[in-house]
Write a protein that binds this ligand. Structure first.
Ligand code: BGC
Length: 791
């Protein structure tokens, strides 16, 4: 391969090489026909493959979020998910997926917590390796991100993480090391700095990444993370998105002047050519990937979602046994979060909400009980008609004065337009759709966008405004722009012709536009009382609570772990009238649950992907077991969380003062008991672990299902060390194994304890402290019945 690469490199002059190290589009690596190198589209990919465009006409399978996948602790399942991701990538003609996200849950406030796997580096590393292997087995590149220490969002472009070598090596770098061992072809360099240097110019790209670990793939910058022309002398290989001016003509000039060595550019190009050979973009066709039909994809997502759900408390109410009537409550039951917000967003062809999923199998009566947000929603397609086609949907026109550049029929209320060639040229965008009120009451009708906007209702201008972005993060501005609206009192069946016109801000193309509505709703107290009354009259109450896109998303961190709105009050009031209250928590990261000891059962679902409702129905009825175990500690109160600083100081520094003590390590150190410990999860059966034997670094344990249902257990192995001269966690995860066992059966589980889990990082490299380590085996970091000493 290397001779071929040298040969191709020799055919490129400096300016051709410079073209290759910047993208040729927002989500596209450059090609060069003179050497048979195709352009290489890439796509965000942690929880589904969006493709180059955000477009509902080319939908994607929406997968469970990172936290959910890690909650399965299931490498084989990750392998199957990797196959689905690769199939989606091929279907969308992309050569690489920008995932997995393998930063750590340093604090539950982190805005992208949902996207990352775990607070533990070992569990994160195992999930990352399984994902990378599975995707790349099909000739599609994965891209573990963001290298490194991008563990929170506040001022993410400038934050300067201050962390010592040991902390970096043992925690934050470790999942990347595992990904490289698994053969990753691409790694994304983060926005932030570490110890004073921005990551796209950081020596950590050389050592350990490209040197000690032998990473021979490409380092791609996070989008806009390349900061300087001369920074090209360092380890980042591709500047994205493209074309990136700092690495264009200015870089060519810098190389000619000797400010950046041409050898640095050659190394980048070699890596890009190697990458192209791997993904089939050089003179060839990419590897075939077995297609996943829609049904097979839905089945896998549904199975993964159920395996990820963590039953943290249950008095025996779950699984439900043919209840006569179920009160289903909570705004999130009808409008749940299938996925987290930000670049991980995909547009699924269909979704199943808890209301839809549970209504299929249970005698459900639904009312929301609370309103979570005052935000309007993108107009549902069931309520609008495209005036041009007469079918459900909207007409989108791209205008330049009186010229119509293009007209599209669209079937989504919220349209992302950046990267769209028509939108790049248009001077104005027009969105039209006839709204039909399905219920009587006061409707809000409006838009969400940035630019100069005009809203017409039945031919009359009712609102015009120039809307400026709020916040500073571009992702937030793109995905969560300000909303404006008018109100109208409508009778059921009333129709209104709605037209929204957007003139983008000077110098900017249209980035996106949302036709938004707020449906009539009952007054808060009336709605609340109706829910409590319904719960009183039903055999069981299921309350779905959750976060919103406004409080949990990429681009910002959370300020509180409380659930928004009156959700806590609703659960408490429902539990007071119905002893069989089951709470379903739909969040990507921990939330406070002040009512947790007063309800019959608590089920954590994370952001479970498009099949949420179906998977939830499986789990609540017992058709599937909630297979998940916590990949992150769940606190009682935010005030007790050991690590919360996400706000850089005035000099941008963000000290990781806690060192190696994050997550359960910090909880164990503080001595405070969380609500639910790392590794915890109940499932629907009972277990006994016995007969621990150890030979060398191999442990075996007999796992018996002592209950009456088949079940799945995650057997966890932790190490501890008495009389250590080194600062250590009280104990730390060494290895784990998942096992399925039938009722009454015993299976012997073998667990290999990796050498690394005995080592710690010193100035002299990895070292094993002589002496005795203790092995603890069990089912969570605090439920460890078996121990053995290891010399
Ligand atoms: C995110 C990356 C993402 C990229 C492209 C950035 O803002 O941090 O994770 O891959 O955008 O969408």
């Amino acid at each position: 391969m290397n001779d071929r690469i040298d040969d191709l490199l020799g055919k490129l002059d400096l300016s051709a090489k410079i073209k290759l190290i910047s993208g040729s589009g927002v989500f596209r690596f450059a090609g060069d026909p003179s050497i048979g190198l195709a352009e290489m589209p890439v796509s965000d990919g942690p929880s589904g493959v969006r493709g180059e465009m955000w477009d509902e006409r080319d939908p994607s399978v929406s997968l469970p979020s990172g936290t959910a996948l890690a909650a399965t602790w299931d490498r084989e399942l990750l392998g199957e998910i990797g196959g689905l991701i690769a199939a989606e990538a091929r279907r969308k003609d992309v050569y690489a997926v920008l995932g997995p996200t393998i930063n750590l849950h340093r604090t539950p406030l982190g805005g992208r917590h949902f996207e990352c796997f775990s607070e533990d580096p070992m569990l994160t590393g195992e999930m990352a390796a399984a994902y990378v292997r599975a995707v790349q087995a099909h000739g599609v590149s994965a891209c573990p991100k963001h290298y490194v220490a991008n563990d929170s969002e506040t001022e993410r472009f400038t934050a300067d993480v201050i962390a010592d070598d040991r902390t970096l090596r043992e925690l934050y770098l470790y999942p990347f090391e595992r990904s490289v061992q698994a053969g990753a072809w691409m790694v994304m360099a983060a926005y932030n700095s570490v110890n004073g240097t921005t990551m796209t110019e950081h020596p950590l790209l050389d050592e350990p990444l490209k040197g000690e670990w032998g990473f021979d793939g490409v380092v791609v910058s996070d989008w806009t993370a390349v900061r300087s022309t001369t920074g090209a002398a360092h380890g980042n290989d591709i500047a994205m998105p493209g074309p990136w001016e700092l690495w264009g003509a200015a870089l060519e000039e810098a190389v000619r002047k000797g400010e950046v060595p041409e050898s640095a550019i050659d190394d980048k190009v070699r890596r890009i050519l190697r990458f192209a050979l791997r993904v089939g973009a050089l003179d060839g066709t990419p590897q075939q990937v077995p297609a996943f039909g829609d049904e097979a994809a839905a089945r896998l997502v549904r199975e993964a979602a159920a395996k990820a759900m963590v039953l943290v408390a249950n008095d025996g109410t779950l699984p439900l046994r043919e209840p006569s009537r179920v009160a289903l409550l909570g705004a999130a039951a009808a409008e749940p979060r299938f996925m987290g917000g930000g670049s991980a967003t995909v547009i699924p062809a269909h979704t199943t909400s808890p209301v839809e999923g549970l209504s299929e199998v249970l005698p459900v009566v639904y009312t929301p009980g609370v309103h979570l947000t005052d935000h309007m929603i993108p107009v549902p397609m069931s309520l609008v008609t495209d005036p041009e086609t007469g079918t459900p949907g909207l007409t989108l026109r791209y205008l330049d004065g009186d010229d119509v550049l293009a007209t599209e029929h669209r079937e989504a209320g919220s349209l992302m337009l950046f990267g769209n060639p028509n939108a790049m040229r248009a001077k104005a965008i027009e969105l039209r759709g006839t709204l039909r009120a399905d219920v009587a009451g006061e409707w809000r009708i409006g838009f969400a966008a940035v630019g100069t906007l005009r809203l017409e209702v039945d031919g009359e201008t009712v609102l015009s405004d120039t809307v400026l972005p709020e916040g500073t993060d571009p992702v937030e501005m793109l995905l969560n722009p300000p909303q404006r609206f008018v109100t109208r009192t409508l009778a059921a069946g009333d129709e209104l012709d709605v037209r929204i016109e957007l003139i983008p801000a000077p110098g900017l193309p249209a980035l996106g536009i949302t036709y938004a509505v707020g449906r009539p709703r009952r007054a808060d107290d009336e709605e609340f009382a109706a829910a409590v009354e319904l719960a009183r009259t039903c055999e069981v109450a299921v309350v779905v609570v959750g976060t919103t896109e406004q409080i949990e998303s990429e681009g910002f961190d959370r300020k509180t772990l409380r659930l928004p709105g009156r959700q806590d009050d609703l659960v408490a009031a429902v539990a007071a009238v119905n002893p069989r209250t089951v709470v379903v928590v739909n969040s990507g990261a921990p939330v406070e649950m002040p009512w947790r000891d007063d309800v019959a059962a608590v089920l954590l679902t994370w952001f479970p992907g498009q099949e949420f409702g179906a998977a939830l129905a499986d789990v609540l009825t017992g058709a599937a077991e909630p297979g998940g175990r916590l990949p992150t500690t769940w606190p009682k109160l935010m005030s007790e969380v050991p690590v919360h600083n996400t706000q850089p100081a005035a000099d941008n520094s963000l000290p990781y003062a806690e060192g190696i003590h994050i997550g359960y390590r910090a909880w164990l150190k503080s001595g405070v008991a969380p609500a639910y410990p790392f590794g915890h999860g109940l499932g629907y059966t009972t277990w006994e672990l016995a007969d621990l034997t150890v030979s060398g670094r191999t442990a075996t344990v007999a796992v018996t299902n002592t209950g009456t249902r088949p079940g799945r257990q995650v057997v966890q192995a932790y190490l501890s060390r008495d009389d250590s001269t080194v600062d250590r966690p009280v104990r730390w995860l060494s290895a784990f194994a998942t096992v399925d066992v039938d009722p009454g059966e015993t299976r012997t589980v073998t667990i290999e304890l990796p050498q690394r889990s005995f080592e710690h990082w010193t100035d002299a490299g990895w070292v094993v402290e002589p002496g005795v380590f203790t092995l603890h085996i069990g089912t969570s970091v605090t439920a460890l019945p078996l121990t053995a000493d290891l010399a």
